[in-house]
Design a protein around this ligand. Sequence first.
Ligand SMILES: [Zn+2]
Length: 222
Amino acid sequence: MQAPGVALTFDDNRIDNWYKFLPVLDSAGVRATFYISNYNRLKPEQIKKLTAIQQHGHEIAFHTTNHYNMNDYVYKAKHTVDDLMRCEVEAGLKMMNKDGFYPSTFAYPYGAHNGLFDKLLMRYFKSVRALNGTQDYTKSVVPTTKNDVLYGLGIDRSSKRSDGDINTILESAKDNNTCAVFVAHDINSPNKFSVDLGRLLQIIRFVKNHGMKFYTIAEISD
Ligand SMILES: [Zn+2]
Protein backbone atom coordinates (compact mmCIF):
# COMPACT_ATOMS: atom_id res chain seq x y z
CA MET A 1 0.00 0.00 0.00
CA GLN A 2 1.15 3.55 -0.78
CA ALA A 3 2.01 5.89 2.07
CA PRO A 4 -0.58 8.55 2.88
CA GLY A 5 0.44 12.02 1.83
CA VAL A 6 -0.10 15.54 0.71
CA ALA A 7 -0.19 17.13 -2.75
CA LEU A 8 0.78 20.78 -2.46
CA THR A 9 -0.26 22.81 -5.49
CA PHE A 10 0.53 26.41 -6.41
CA ASP A 11 -1.33 28.31 -9.14
CA ASP A 12 -0.62 31.10 -11.65
CA ASN A 13 2.85 32.43 -12.46
CA ARG A 14 4.51 33.72 -9.29
CA ILE A 15 7.86 32.33 -10.37
CA ASP A 16 10.10 34.80 -8.49
CA ASN A 17 8.24 34.25 -5.25
CA TRP A 18 8.27 30.43 -5.57
CA TYR A 19 11.93 30.39 -6.56
CA LYS A 20 12.81 32.32 -3.42
CA PHE A 21 11.28 29.53 -1.31
CA LEU A 22 12.74 26.66 -3.33
CA PRO A 23 15.42 26.01 -0.65
CA VAL A 24 12.68 25.72 2.01
CA LEU A 25 10.76 23.21 -0.12
CA ASP A 26 13.93 21.28 -0.99
CA SER A 27 15.24 21.06 2.56
CA ALA A 28 11.92 19.57 3.68
CA GLY A 29 11.81 17.07 0.80
CA VAL A 30 8.69 18.69 -0.64
CA ARG A 31 7.81 17.94 -4.23
CA ALA A 32 5.00 20.26 -5.25
CA THR A 33 2.92 20.93 -8.36
CA PHE A 34 3.03 24.35 -10.01
CA TYR A 35 0.10 25.07 -12.33
CA ILE A 36 1.28 27.75 -14.75
CA SER A 37 -0.90 30.38 -16.46
CA ASN A 38 0.11 33.34 -18.65
CA TYR A 39 3.35 31.62 -19.61
CA ASN A 40 3.77 34.14 -22.48
CA ARG A 41 4.31 36.93 -19.93
CA LEU A 42 7.32 35.31 -18.30
CA LYS A 43 10.71 36.95 -18.77
CA PRO A 44 13.68 34.83 -19.87
CA GLU A 45 15.16 34.82 -16.36
CA GLN A 46 11.83 33.63 -14.95
CA ILE A 47 11.76 30.79 -17.47
CA LYS A 48 15.23 29.83 -16.22
CA LYS A 49 13.93 29.82 -12.65
CA LEU A 50 10.97 27.67 -13.67
CA THR A 51 13.39 25.23 -15.33
CA ALA A 52 15.32 25.07 -12.06
CA ILE A 53 12.08 24.39 -10.14
CA GLN A 54 11.35 21.49 -12.52
CA GLN A 55 14.91 20.16 -12.19
CA HIS A 56 14.48 20.06 -8.42
CA GLY A 57 11.78 17.41 -8.86
CA HIS A 58 8.66 19.55 -8.84
CA GLU A 59 5.89 19.13 -11.36
CA ILE A 60 5.22 21.91 -13.87
CA ALA A 61 1.55 21.69 -14.79
CA PHE A 62 -0.91 23.78 -16.80
CA HIS A 63 -3.40 26.49 -15.80
CA THR A 64 -4.42 27.87 -19.25
CA THR A 65 -2.95 30.38 -21.66
CA ASN A 66 -4.65 33.57 -20.39
CA HIS A 67 -6.37 32.61 -17.12
CA TYR A 68 -9.91 33.27 -18.33
CA ASN A 69 -12.90 31.85 -16.50
CA MET A 70 -13.67 29.02 -18.94
CA ASN A 71 -17.42 28.99 -18.28
CA ASP A 72 -17.62 32.73 -19.04
CA TYR A 73 -15.41 32.34 -22.11
CA VAL A 74 -17.85 29.87 -23.65
CA TYR A 75 -21.27 30.65 -22.20
CA LYS A 76 -21.04 34.46 -21.79
CA ALA A 77 -18.53 35.56 -24.44
CA LYS A 78 -19.95 32.93 -26.83
CA HIS A 79 -16.74 31.37 -28.01
CA THR A 80 -16.95 27.75 -29.13
CA VAL A 81 -15.41 24.95 -27.10
CA ASP A 82 -13.07 24.42 -30.08
CA ASP A 83 -11.85 28.02 -29.65
CA LEU A 84 -11.44 27.35 -25.96
CA MET A 85 -9.28 24.28 -26.50
CA ARG A 86 -7.26 25.89 -29.27
CA CYS A 87 -6.58 29.24 -27.57
CA GLU A 88 -6.64 28.46 -23.87
CA VAL A 89 -5.07 25.00 -23.99
CA GLU A 90 -3.14 24.20 -27.17
CA ALA A 91 -1.57 27.64 -27.69
CA GLY A 92 -0.20 27.86 -24.15
CA LEU A 93 0.95 24.24 -24.10
CA LYS A 94 2.83 24.75 -27.34
CA MET A 95 4.78 27.69 -25.90
CA MET A 96 5.71 25.68 -22.83
CA ASN A 97 6.67 22.60 -24.86
CA LYS A 98 9.11 24.72 -26.85
CA ASP A 99 10.97 25.52 -23.63
CA GLY A 100 11.04 21.96 -22.32
CA PHE A 101 7.90 21.88 -20.16
CA TYR A 102 5.41 19.09 -20.84
CA PRO A 103 2.46 19.58 -18.48
CA SER A 104 0.39 16.43 -17.98
CA THR A 105 -2.13 17.78 -15.46
CA PHE A 106 -4.47 20.80 -15.51
CA ALA A 107 -6.07 23.25 -13.07
CA TYR A 108 -9.10 25.43 -13.87
CA PRO A 109 -8.79 29.21 -13.40
CA TYR A 110 -11.18 30.20 -10.56
CA GLY A 111 -12.13 26.53 -10.36
CA ALA A 112 -14.76 27.23 -13.05
CA HIS A 113 -15.45 23.89 -14.73
CA ASN A 114 -18.13 21.52 -15.97
CA GLY A 115 -18.41 17.92 -17.13
CA LEU A 116 -17.98 18.77 -20.80
CA PHE A 117 -14.71 20.64 -20.18
CA ASP A 118 -13.49 17.83 -17.92
CA LYS A 119 -14.06 15.36 -20.72
CA LEU A 120 -12.42 17.47 -23.42
CA LEU A 121 -9.39 18.23 -21.26
CA MET A 122 -8.82 14.53 -20.63
CA ARG A 123 -7.58 14.36 -24.23
CA TYR A 124 -4.62 16.47 -23.16
CA PHE A 125 -4.19 15.76 -19.45
CA LYS A 126 -4.24 12.91 -16.92
CA SER A 127 -6.30 14.93 -14.46
CA VAL A 128 -8.06 18.25 -13.95
CA ARG A 129 -8.19 20.15 -10.67
CA ALA A 130 -11.08 22.37 -9.63
CA LEU A 131 -11.57 23.96 -6.20
CA ASN A 132 -13.35 22.75 -3.12
CA GLY A 133 -15.45 25.76 -2.18
CA THR A 134 -17.50 23.80 0.35
CA GLN A 135 -17.10 23.01 4.05
CA ASP A 136 -16.95 19.32 3.08
CA TYR A 137 -13.19 18.82 3.18
CA THR A 138 -13.51 15.09 2.36
CA LYS A 139 -13.74 16.07 -1.34
CA SER A 140 -10.09 17.14 -1.08
CA VAL A 141 -8.79 13.95 0.51
CA VAL A 142 -8.38 11.42 -2.30
CA PRO A 143 -6.80 8.06 -3.16
CA THR A 144 -3.07 8.11 -3.91
CA THR A 145 -3.63 6.81 -7.47
CA LYS A 146 -5.86 7.10 -10.53
CA ASN A 147 -7.51 10.47 -9.88
CA ASP A 148 -9.07 12.29 -12.81
CA VAL A 149 -11.11 15.15 -11.33
CA LEU A 150 -9.67 16.71 -8.18
CA TYR A 151 -11.01 19.38 -5.80
CA GLY A 152 -8.19 21.25 -4.13
CA LEU A 153 -8.68 22.88 -0.76
CA GLY A 154 -7.50 26.49 -0.48
CA ILE A 155 -4.89 27.20 2.19
CA ASP A 156 -4.14 30.84 1.32
CA ARG A 157 -4.97 33.58 3.81
CA SER A 158 -8.01 34.39 1.64
CA SER A 159 -9.40 30.88 2.24
CA LYS A 160 -10.18 31.70 5.90
CA ARG A 161 -9.36 28.11 6.89
CA SER A 162 -7.98 27.72 10.38
CA ASP A 163 -4.86 25.78 11.33
CA GLY A 164 -7.26 23.39 13.07
CA ASP A 165 -9.09 22.76 9.77
CA ILE A 166 -5.77 21.97 8.09
CA ASN A 167 -4.88 19.58 10.90
CA THR A 168 -8.23 17.78 10.58
CA ILE A 169 -7.61 17.22 6.88
CA LEU A 170 -4.07 15.98 7.47
CA GLU A 171 -5.33 13.57 10.15
CA SER A 172 -7.95 12.28 7.74
CA ALA A 173 -5.33 11.59 5.03
CA LYS A 174 -3.10 9.84 7.58
CA ASP A 175 -5.88 7.66 9.02
CA ASN A 176 -7.32 6.66 5.65
CA ASN A 177 -4.08 6.22 3.71
CA THR A 178 -5.14 8.92 1.30
CA CYS A 179 -3.74 12.17 -0.08
CA ALA A 180 -4.80 15.71 0.90
CA VAL A 181 -4.85 18.12 -2.05
CA PHE A 182 -4.08 21.72 -1.10
CA VAL A 183 -4.11 24.87 -3.26
CA ALA A 184 -2.08 28.04 -2.71
CA HIS A 185 -0.74 30.88 -4.82
CA ASP A 186 2.14 32.93 -3.35
CA ILE A 187 4.28 31.75 -0.47
CA ASN A 188 4.46 34.16 2.48
CA SER A 189 3.84 37.38 0.54
CA PRO A 190 1.60 40.32 1.56
CA ASN A 191 -0.88 39.23 -1.14
CA LYS A 192 -4.07 37.74 0.35
CA PHE A 193 -3.68 34.89 -2.13
CA SER A 194 -0.65 33.68 -0.23
CA VAL A 195 -0.01 30.84 2.18
CA ASP A 196 1.82 31.85 5.35
CA LEU A 197 5.19 30.23 5.87
CA GLY A 198 4.01 29.08 9.30
CA ARG A 199 1.18 27.10 7.74
CA LEU A 200 3.46 25.60 5.12
CA LEU A 201 5.81 24.49 7.89
CA GLN A 202 2.85 23.07 9.86
CA ILE A 203 2.01 20.84 6.87
CA ILE A 204 5.65 19.87 6.34
CA ARG A 205 6.07 18.94 10.03
CA PHE A 206 2.92 16.82 10.01
CA VAL A 207 4.03 14.92 6.90
CA LYS A 208 7.47 14.29 8.41
CA ASN A 209 6.22 13.30 11.88
CA HIS A 210 3.76 10.73 10.54
CA GLY A 211 5.84 9.00 7.87
CA MET A 212 3.71 10.49 5.12
CA LYS A 213 4.99 11.75 1.77
CA PHE A 214 4.57 14.56 -0.71
CA TYR A 215 2.99 13.57 -4.01
CA THR A 216 2.89 15.51 -7.26
CA ILE A 217 -0.51 15.62 -8.97
CA ALA A 218 0.90 13.63 -11.92
CA GLU A 219 1.79 10.84 -9.47
CA ILE A 220 -1.67 10.60 -7.94
CA SER A 221 -3.23 10.75 -11.43
CA ASP A 222 -1.52 7.55 -12.68
ZN1 LIG B 1 -5.32 30.81 -11.09
